[in-house]
Ligand binder design. Sequence first.
Ligand code: AGP
Length: 616
Amino acid sequence: MCGIVGCTTTERADRYLLPALQALEYRGYDSVGVAIATTDGTVTTVRSINRIGDLTAQLEARTGARLSGTGIGHTRWATHGDVTEANAHPHQDCDGLVSVVHNGIIENADVLRAELIAEGHRFSSGVDSEVICHLIEQSLVGASDSGLQGAIESCVRRLEGSWAILVMETSTGRLFATTHRAPLLVASSDNGHFVASDVTAIAPWITAFRVMSDGDLVELGSPLRWIAGGVEVAPPEALGLSWSSSFLSLAADDPDFMGREIAEQPETVERILSELAPRVSTGDLWRELGLPHFRRVAVLGCGTSLNAGRIIAHAFGAFGAIVNTAVTASEAGAVVLDAETLVIAASQSGETADVLRALDELQTGRGRVLALTNSMHSTLARRADGVLNCSAGPEIGVAATKTFVAQVVTGVCLALSAMVARGTVLRAQADAIVDDLRRTPDRLENAIAVSRQWVPDIVESVRDAQGFLFLGRGAGVVYAAEGALKLKELTYRWAEHYPAGELKHGPLALVEEGTPVVVIESADGRLSANVAEVRSRGGRVISIGGPGSSIPVVDGNPEALTRSGRVSQGRGGNTFAACGPLESVVPMQILARELAIALGRDVDKPRNLAKSVTVE
Ligand code: AGP
């Protein structure tokens, strides 16, 4: 995980690095640090296990040579080594020849460390990344001195694992970037040259950026030197920034990023549907991807993306009786797929290491891969055979909210369009389903308003509860899973989800007087029996559904409760389904956020987590 940024600018580097690190904090916030070249050929390094404000204070308090416009920065999600200042990046070699920041994992760090120590190197941290500094030092001072570029090239030849690395030379202020299985973007503007893990870090100062590929080495400066396979090449095509950098800061009336992103869900879906809907019933959305015929579908992902993937997989089955499965990406190694399986890799960031590894593991015999992502320049997007943008815009809160609904709606449109293209669903039938989908923004808007009215009292009543159950049947089970995930990650309280019918097979033992049990209502009569079983054991039932439920976010139409069910009858008696009661996720997002706030949690940056999980 971790976020890294570097710049060569005319103004002091910290004026860029600190806000950039603030924007990258979603990638990890265990510690933060910068190294900035000074005008007299030295380097100032400040690091902290507190937040970025600490760096500002340290830089303000320093005396000595002026800070230049060249520097590197890092925000850490700890993998190797405790959360201490000594383990915070940037790191240096024994004699401070270079400063280094690293995102990724050096898998052979222990072996390299032992070798370097035997050769006399002194380590000052417990992190894997420090071996990079000493390997570069080794080449810089060794007999085969090949300059900084050669030293970096020979260093990465020794590394195993994944890395995005920035190296700044103390004596010259030269700054290099290189990458292998970790994202890095480079951009130039009137403000200077920038390199960062994510474009959000540098968006305020640029309008376009270039994506580094595995093995590229770039020297930041004028001119930009782009080296691939050891030779200087023309930089890749620049991509324009498609959204405003105002997304990255809170407006006066935004409570926090998560609160803003929950509120943005109706307009996000509205935007997606205005873009996709005209191409769904024609089958063009599918055809334009240029992917071959498939017989089966496997959707893979992690966390919230996996939950969205379950709904999407189900939609392929419901619209076209396509055999489908949802695969937990981190467990994909055991899954057997054949060449006629369309693999849909769902990942908001497109950088989730478990998803990227899953694609490697599925290489044998797998069919084509379609990336469903919110980042069209991500590693996943570049590795897939086709890409579908879920177009949610930047999501800063670590908890996924608007990207979940964006993935679901985009994926369901895809499934429907693919079935129209293969003739399983008639255009008129698809039109009816699209018309129903077009009501989603209103349903979400209503769900937000209703939840804001009902959730505060519920929060009060469950504030002291240590554990929660989330139950559903049919399509409701996935929403129950998403609700439990949100509650866990934001409040740090135990929460589990179950298909309601499973309760009596064990989990019912957890229910005691007052245990909060969130139920996603459905028209399935058996659900009321399961709820009665909870009530008779003293469980505090919080139902999410139509009129009369504890949080009545679903409109009164009984059909609405079973939108996971039949919309119309297709050829061969297929039943058509959209995405189930999507609006039921809203009260659970709001419940998790408001309970977290009541418990004093940081809702945008929950403990131990990071938004982009680039380690396995
Ligand atoms: C959800 O709220 C999460 N923070 C997490 O589960 C996330 O969905 C997961 O890590 C997958 O991320 P991705 O969509 O970027 O691949």
